[in-house]
Ligand binder design. Structure first.
Ligand SMILES: O=C(O)CCC(=O)C(=O)O
Ligand SMILES: [Fe+2]
Length: 464
């Protein structure tokens, strides 16, 4: 979500290409430009999707290509319906009907993740069962996760708060465009909320609206942590080469110390394809995502290396594979595993029809529990030439740099300000810790000792 939000705020003139840094080496320039191009296409698609919520993503992409990358021109074509292949989004059946992969002649023998692309370009494969989902995507799912009454109590607390959630507004061609859903950011204590507001940077600036997690959100934390840690271990044993954790994946227990809550009110509210920002999570991050209320489709697609095999005749990058749709019913916990953010993109698709939920009516509430690492606090991460802590990105498109991490200037995202295009390769040890981790941990231990014991208990007592 955070990464998607960043793209939308990036700049009003989205057709403008980012300028490469003057002091960078030629190789670095290529990598930076490639990564930013990829970002800018997704950004443009996200803008177009918010302006034309019923158009298919392939239609948006075609309109963008036909308009030489100009969002304004593509939007005009789409609005006038002059774009020859303008299609309405296909009517998704209401989410939640069971179907089986056997109808696709897929052999799921449980011997690790499926290697071959099983869904063709332009097609959507719908998955419902936990076995199919973990075989063919980097996710696992637990249905009926919380005891039903606990899930309803949590949903009710979020529904009470949802009217205060905000959608982001950004300017496009002198129009104010609104993000196609609302959200709120939560941390586990008031002290942490204060720290987020004063020390952390999002989209190149501080954020004002950080809330303390609701009692039922905190109540669910031990269950979420237990399930996510169990699923991480199972994933490693059953799916990773030699049953070993991935390089850069943390060997330590996963904790849920922050949460983004998204509210999708009605079938058209959605979030476009994105990968979550890794700046405070670090490489190979795991995310626990709890869905409540109306069932919706979570779509995933693999990011492909930019090579001739994946190039279309016009030079643009084709999606060699279609998308996979994971159906997320009320009270399901989806775990996005360590290979997800670097290698795949995800979205919540608009729906033509939904089944109203008895409590939530047309709303879906989603909590993405995340683990912010102390060692990636912005006091430690590199600052760009603008003096702002940088954003962590993973190179995905170029074969020669795929999988490498980069610290980049964040200030591009501040409206009215140009960034400095700073970037620097990011180094991590095998466990995903940056070179300054030992100092950060020592600081943490010192702070914990200095903290009066009344403050140490704060998390347990200050929830109202
Ligand atoms: O609503 C969802 O399930 C996904 C939300 C999401 O992708 C995000 O918060 O980054
Ligand atoms: Fe996301």
């Amino acid at each position: 979500m955070d990464a998607f939000v960043s793209r939308k705020r990036k700049r009003a003139d989205v057709s403008q290409k980012p300028v490469p840094p003057p002091a960078a080496s030629a190789a670095s320039k290529r990598i930076s430009a490639s990564e930013q191009d990829e970002e800018s296409t997704d950004f443009k698609l996200a803008l177009l999707a918010s302006l034309h919520p019923v158009a298919e993503e392939t239609t948006l992409l075609e309109a963008l290509l036909a308009s030489d990358g100009s969002v304004e021109q593509a939007s005009t074509c789409l609005a006038q319906s002059t774009f020859a292949s303008l299609k309405k989004r296909s009517a998704n059946a209401t989410t939640g009907y069971q179907s089986s992969l056997s109808s696709y002649h897929v052999n799921s023998d449980g011997s690790g993740p499926a290697k071959k692309a099983l869904v063709k370009k332009g097609k959507t494969l719908h998955l419902f069962s936990p076995e199919d989902i973990e075989q063919h995507t980097p996710c696992s799912i637990i249905h009926n996760f919380l005891p039903p009454q606990q899930a309803n109590a949590l949903l009710q607390q979020l529904l009470d708060e949802a009217p205060t959630y905000q959608s982001l507004e950004f300017k496009l061609f002198n129009r104010v465009v609104t993000s196609p859903h609302t959200f709120c950011f939560y941390v586990n204590s008031l002290a942490e909320a204060e720290e987020q507001k004063t020390e952390y940077i999002y989209d190149g600036r501080k954020v004002e609206n950080v809330q303390q997690s609701l009692p039922e959100m905190l109540n669910a934390v031990p269950q979420v942590e237990e399930a996510v840690n169990r699923e991480i271990q199972r994933r490693i044993l059953d799916f990773y080469p030699n049953s070993k954790k991935l390089k850069y994946q943390s060997p330590h227990p996963w904790k849920a110390n922050t949460a983004f809550v998204n509210c999708y009110d009605g079938p058209q509210e959605h979030v476009g394809y994105h990968a979550d920002q890794l700046t405070y999570l670090g490489p190979r991050a795991v995310i626990g995502s709890l869905s409540l209320g109306v069932a919706r489709e979570f779509r995933v697609r693999k990011i492909h290396v930019e090579d001739d095999k994946h190039r279309k005749d016009d030079g643009s990058l084709a999606d060699a594979q279609g998308q996979i749709s994971i159906h997320l019913p009320h009270n399901s916990l989806l775990i996005m595993h360590a290979e997800m953010q670097e290698e795949w993109k995800h979205s919540i698709a608009p729906a033509q029809a939904i089944d109203p939920h008895p409590l939530a009516k047309n709303k879906r509430l989603n909590i993405t529990y995340r683990f912010y690492k102390d060692s990636l606090h912005p006091r430690y991460t590199p600052k760009c030439k603008c003096g702002v802590p940088t954003v962590l990105r993973c190179a995905t498109r170029k074969k020669e740099s795929r999988g490498r991490y980069i610290w980049m200037c964040h200030t591009n995202y501040v409206p009215g300000q140009d960034g400095c295009s700073f970037f620097q390769w990011a180094e991590f040890d095998d466990d995903g810790e940056p070179p300054w981790a030992a100092k950060a941990n020592a600081d943490q231990e010192r702070l914990a000792k200095e903290k009066p014991s009344s403050l140490k208990d704060e998390k347990d007592t200050e929830v109202t």
